[in-house]
Design a protein around this ligand. Sequence first.
Ligand code: NZQ
Ligand code: ZN
Length: 389
Amino acid sequence: MQNFVYCTPTKMVFGKGVVEKLAEELKPFGKKVLMTYGGGSIKKTGLYDRVKELLGDFKVFELSGIEPNPKYSTSVLEGVKICKEQGIDVILAVGGGSVLDCSKAISVGAKYDGEPWDLITGEVAAQAALPIVDIITMAATGSEYDAACVISRTETNDKVGYIDSHLYPAVSFIDPTYTFTLPKIQMLAGVADAMNHVLEQYFNANPNDLADGMMEACMRSLIKNVKIAVENPEDYDARAEIFINCSLACNNILSIGEAPSGWPMHGMEHALSAYYDITHGVGLAILTPRWMKHILSEKTEERLAKYGVNVLGIDKSLPARDIAEKAIEETYALYEGLGIPMHLKEVGIDESRLSEMAHHVAENEGLDQSWVYVPLTEEDILEIYKASL
Ligand code: NZQ
Ligand code: ZN
């Protein structure tokens, strides 16, 4: 078991109708609120109106139009400007992971005199942040319970994951009923994202029984409940289990004491969304079986077989290599069967920029370091992209 420090300071408020407690939870942070949201889903669902009613005693400023794969040069800088000019006390993010991630970047940028990009790239360490309260409307990233945000800078094709303990939300409201209105593909992308968060951690060099068991249970629960939610989008218990799995999947608790893995599939997916603005979870679903196939070897087959037996229910009496191969095929079939596009070409990505993206990933994501579960060179990355076409 590896040494670790574990601390999640976020207060999670979970369940039907919990948002009614919003004013009570927001009050300790101050009166001036920057409410951030995306392209309008919260207006269609009525959540915007309810939140505005609940905020009757607060002075509310708004930042709207935050896009999926949130952009630095527009949304982040605009939010920082509002916070500084208006002396905002607390940010209230209402929406999916993109709205929350953008708000996290704003929260540190608002307390920094220089260029906020320096913080996002880790060149300068954040010293302070505005508190964030969120009402998360999409089960996917786990941003509501983690210390990360992912910000895109279109001009340079960068999509950067930024991790800092200042980025934990102070309070996260999670009402699974909000996810009833998600378009099916967003629900599936969210589940594929959470599955991948677990897989990224599961494939590591120093597993332990507790963490493996938690991760396997999380993946089994996601697979079982996404099938129920596809059939009946308003099945509350299925939506609730999906949501809590997503919230825990990116928080490090599930892989406690295990070795770091390098998160190779995320490193490769960030370039896909940076260059082509595709949906993160879809990019991951496409890459996952191709990455598994690429790293299959004598060294990794036992681990893939363990995933195959304990998560996918493959017959454990088969030889490890056969189980591993079957596990890869079944992972692909699972996503395809749910309705996720499983080829890059289906999401508008052809061969023309694969080499450029592989080079960008090799330069920026550190996937060739010796401690990565299976280190990847630029050539490996290109092969995985090509196999995903
Ligand atoms: O913009 P609006 O109109 O709100 O619509 C959104 C958006 O179009 C819609 N949506 C969200 N909740 C809804 C809803 N539509 C109907 N009903 C609802 N209840 O869904 C679309 C996608 O939203 P988005 O926030 O982009 O999705 P997600 O939560 O998957 O966030 C994706 C972003 O998070 C990053 C990804 O890279 C991507 O940029 N990630 C963040 C992580 C983190 N902070 O730890 C880790 C992840 O690995 C990931 O990289
Ligand atoms: Zn992810």
